[in-house]
Every structure is written in C-alpha cells, then in structure tokens.
Design a protein around this ligand. Structure first.
Ligand code: B12
Ligand code: SF4
Length: 447
C-alpha cells in the first residue's frame, strides 16, 4: 500500500534589515524574493517514489502573492486535501520557525500524521527541533532514513526499528542508532530527482531579467574548505562528495530547463572532473546556460578551464569575495588572497561571464571602513554585487566564537540580511550603510 507523503518547503523569512534601512535608490538591487527549487525535498520524493508523494513550495505560492491566505490556512487546506500519513518540512536557520509553524498546523488538522523535520538547521542544531509538533528529526542527507521511515509506516513497524533517526519522545529526542550500511548518495546510490513535482511553480524559478526559469542540480556535496562563517562544510563534517560524471550528463539531458544552476557549495574542487564534465557536455551537444559558485583563487589558478566552461555555456558565476582585506580573509579562514579578486574579475569578464561578487560586512565596521569598502568595490565593479552581513550561523565555527556576544537570537534574522551581533555604528545606520553599498555595481540587472 502506498503511504501518503506531503513535503512542504517553508516560506522565506520576511526580515531584511538591509532592505528596510537602505536608501530608496538602492532597494531595487537588494534581492528580495530569491526563489529556487527545493532540491532537498525532491531528493526525498525520489527516495519514496513508490509512495504517493506531494511536494508543495510555499515560496512560490505564499511569498510571491500579496493576496495569499495566511500560511496556516494554506497548510490546513493542503493537509485536508492530501490526508497525509507523513508530513516533512525542510529548514535552514532563518526558516526554522516557519517549519515548526507548518508542523503545528499539521498536528491541529490531522494529529495522526507523522511529522518529520530535516535540512541544514535540523542537521546542525537538532536539539532545537524537540518541539511537540515534531515527531521525527532526521539529520544530514536523509534519503535512506526517509525511505525506511515510509516503509515502517507502510508496514506498521515500530519507528525505533528505523536506523539513523531521532524520535521526539516525552523524555526528549531518542536516537535510534547509526545506519549500518549507509548509501553512497552522491555515487552509486544517487537518486534522480523528478522536477515534475515542481511544475506548478516553474515560472517562479525565474530570476528577474533571465529569459527563462532556472533549475538547480548538484554535481557535488560538501566542501573541502573550512571557512569560519560557513555552515556547509559543517553539514558534511568537512567531507566532499563528487557525483559520477555520467549520472550528471544523464540528468542534464533530461532537464526541461534552459538554465541550470549548479547548487554545489563550491563547484570546481576537482579541476580534472569539471574539465572532463564539460568535454562530455560539448560532445553530447547539451546546450544550456550554467550558473556556478566558483572561488576567486580557483579562477586565477585555472583561467583556461574558465575559458572552456564559458564556451560551453557558463554565463553567471557567484564568487564569495568576502573581503578586500587579507586580515579579514585570514580571520574567516578563507584560504584566499584579496589580490585574487581583481584577477578573477578580469578572467570572468574576459570570458563574457556575468559575475556576482559577494562581500560580507562585519558588524564592527565604522563609517571609515564603509568608505574604504565602497572605494574598493567602486574600483572593482562586477555585474551584480552583493553585500551581506557577517552572521554567526548556528553550528558554525564563527557561532562558537561569537555566541556570548550575540545580541539577537531570533533565528528569522539569520539570513545574512540582519545584524545579530552588536554593531559599532547605530543599528539603523549600519544597515543603511550596507544598503548603500548595493548601488556599487557594473550592470543594471538585479539577481
Ligand atoms: C538551493 C538553495 C536555495 C534555494 C532553494 C531553497 C529552498 N528550500 O527553497 C533558494 C534560492 C530559494 C535559497 C534561498 C536562500 N538561501 Co539557500 N541555498 C541553496 C543551496 C545553494 C543548495 C541547497 C541544496 O539544494 N542542497 C542539496 C540538497 C540535496 O541538500 P539539502 O537541501 O541539504 O537536503 C538534504 C538534507 O538536508 C536532508 N533534508 C532536507 N530537507 C529535509 C526535510 C526532511 C523532512 C528530511 C527528513 C530531510 C531533509 O535531506 C536532503 C536530501 O539528502 C545552499 C548552499 C549549498 N550548496 O548547500 C544554500 C543555503 C542552504 N542557503 C542559505 C541561505 C542563507 C539562503 C537565504 C536566506 C539567502 C538569502 N540571504 O537570501 C535564502 C532564503 C530565501 C530568501 N530569499 O530569503 C544558506 C543556509 C545557511 C543556514 N545555516 O541557514 C546556505 C547553506 C548557503 C550558504 N552560503 O550558507 N537557497
Ligand atoms: S564559504 Fe565556500 S569555500 Fe568556504 S567552506 Fe563554505 S562553501 Fe567552502
């Protein structure tokens, strides 16, 4: 018998201090409604495809419509319509409360649905999930555990027989023990996501000024670097997993989107792999436009590879410049140099690639620091420029270092758009100064 599974992607956090205090002329450029497919939920849907799975993206449904009903009404209606046996939601830090709210509504409407929470925040801060609305917490890449959980519900097996999950009991979270034979999820056990689950929201996955919607694909998981502010290497315990080349080719061939964003933390880690992948893309005649996250030092060290990728469709690169000061880069353990920024910009621009360069602004910045930052950014313009706030995301090295100074513990603010550490400048002035920086860019486009 098929189990009815409902997977809900929560809305984005509405808190955006940069946008709130930015000068009017800068607001247009600050990204407000960045929408992209919830790939994690698609992977869970792939793992349970023998069941009756509904994926629902509230970002496409609720965030973008001014006349959308309250989230609780939307979720209640969904639960009434689908009558799910299992409801899962995915949480990053800033969307954590929404995730819990969703599961609360589920419990009000259908108390016997099994509620499951997972995703980055649940992985790094699983103790936060011990809310009465939550039945099960699954950490990490959870396809295997989620499949076994659905099987247990289907066969009416006790949940403690499912390995690698946390059961929320009256005495707290109880771990069922490690998975004995873990899947090789990026390798031989990779599951092909079915993007048809998201057809209803396809048009919302279109960034302003792009000709058509973008889908996401991961060619790797994790990152071998250890930047202090970053959650991703912590999520994967510092490991890096590369997918098999032919499996990526197969996925690309079947993708019904013209623009593909590599959702990797850091796409070019294995230079030879990416080189071979793009040779195969060319040989197969796959014609798409690509977006990737590439480090500045990687571009500087491998300009020929960037040229090759550009010829095969690489159109947009997102590059975490983070800072123009070597002292800050070193404090972040970025393992790069500020001098690479200028060189990387040159390489990307020479190859016709639109570059998004992102800087993170520490809350210790004074007006002089902002002036120096603005002068640097103005002489190193990129098509899109992003300026966000250095945030101690729970679970990161930075969080451990700064936790005693944290001024705002409201997780909805942990989206890089709000200062949660004390600011040297008055709070509003700090956010306004960050907002002003968004005007320094080369193009007129918004991403
Ligand atoms: C795709 C993506 C998005 C997409 C889609 C996300 C969504 N759910 O809607 C979009 C574009 C919407 C997005 C937006 C944002 N994102 Co984002 N995003 C990513 C990205 C690039 C890839 C995530 C991914 O697909 N991974 C691959 C999948 C397979 O893994 P997964 O999602 O972790 O899912 C697996 C497990 O976690 C688990 N799992 C996940 N969910 C569930 C649910 C259940 C029930 C279970 C059992 C298991 C489970 O199983 C899954 C399959 O194995 C990551 C960076 C990265 N490379 O990881 C950032 C990242 C997740 N994003 C991040 C952030 C901060 C944001 C924004 C707040 C950024 C911003 N300032 O605007 C916004 C939020 C929305 C907004 N506009 O305000 C941070 C989160 C940090 C944190 N600690 O919270 C990350 C890590 C980037 C970073 N540099 O730090 N994002
Ligand atoms: S910031 Fe980028 S390079 Fe640093 S650990 Fe995170 S993904 Fe890797």
């Amino acid at each position: 018998m098929a189990v009815k599974i409902l997977l809900i992607n929560p809305p984005r956090s509405p808190f955006n201090g940069i946008l709130e205090y930015a000068p009017k002329e800068a607001r247009h450029f600050i990204h407000k409604k960045l929408i992209g497919p919830p790939l994690g939920l698609l992977m869970l849907a792939a793992a349970t495809k023998e069941h009756d799975v509904t994926v629902f993206d509230t970002k496409g449904e609720y965030d973008l419509k001014t006349d959308a009903p309250p989230l609780s009404d939307l979720v209640a209606k969904l639960v009434e319509e689908t009558q799910p046996d299992i409801v899962g939601t995915t949480v990053i830090s800033s969307e954590f409360y929404y995730g819990i709210d969703i599961l609360k509504t589920v419990k009000e409407v259908k108390p016997n649905s099994l509620t499951v929470i997972g995703g980055l925040h649940a992985t790094l801060c699983y103790e936060d999930c011990a809310d009465e609305a939550v039945d099960v917490v699954i950490r990490g890449q959870a396809m295997q555990q989620f499949k076994h959980l659905a099987h247990a519900i289907d066969k009416k097996l006790p949940l403690h027989t499912v390995e690698g999950i946390y059961l929320n009991t009256s005495t707290g979270l109880k771990y069922t023990g490690d998975v004995k034979s873990p899947w090789d999820i990026a390798g031989k056990d990779f599951l092909m996501p079915d993007r048809k689950h998201l057809s209803r929201w396809k048009q919302t996955y279109k960034v302003p000024n792009a000709p058509s919607p973008t889908t996401y694909l991961f060619s790797s998981l994790g990152c071998p670097y250890n930047c202090t502010f970053c959650s991703i290497w912590k999520e994967f315990n510092g490991c890096f997993y590369q997918r098999q080349l032919e499996s990526i080719i197969e996925e690309l061939k079947n993708i019904d989107y013209d623009i593909v964003r590599f959702a990797d933390a850091n796409t070019i880690v294995d230079v030879n792999f990416i080189d071979k992948l793009f040779s195969r893309i060319a040989a197969e005649g796959i014609k798409k436009e690509y977006i990737m996250d590439i480090r500045a030092d990687t571009a500087v060290q491998h300009p020929k590879l960037i040229e090759k990728l550009a010829k095969s469709g690489l159109k947009v690169v997102i590059c975490g410049f983070e800072s123009y000061k070597d002292s800050e880069l070193s404090a972040y353990n970025k393992k790069s140099q500020s001098s690479f920024i200028e060189k990387a910009i040159q390489i990307f621009h020479d190859n016709g690639i639109m570059l998004r360069g992102n800087y993170v602004i520490p809350t210790s910045y004074s007006l002089e620091d902002f002036k120096a930052m603005a002068a640097y950014a103005a002489s190193h313009r990129v098509a899109y420029a992003g300026y966000t706030i250095l945030t101690p995301m729970p679970g990161t090295v930075l969080y451990e270092k700064e936790k005693k100074y944290i001024a705002d513990k409201d997780l909805s603010k942990y989206n890089f758009f709000n200062a949660v550490l004390p600011t040297k400048l008055p709070y509003e002035v700090f956010h306004r100064e960050v907002g002003k920086l968004w005007l320094i860019k080369k193009g007129k486009d918004v991403i």
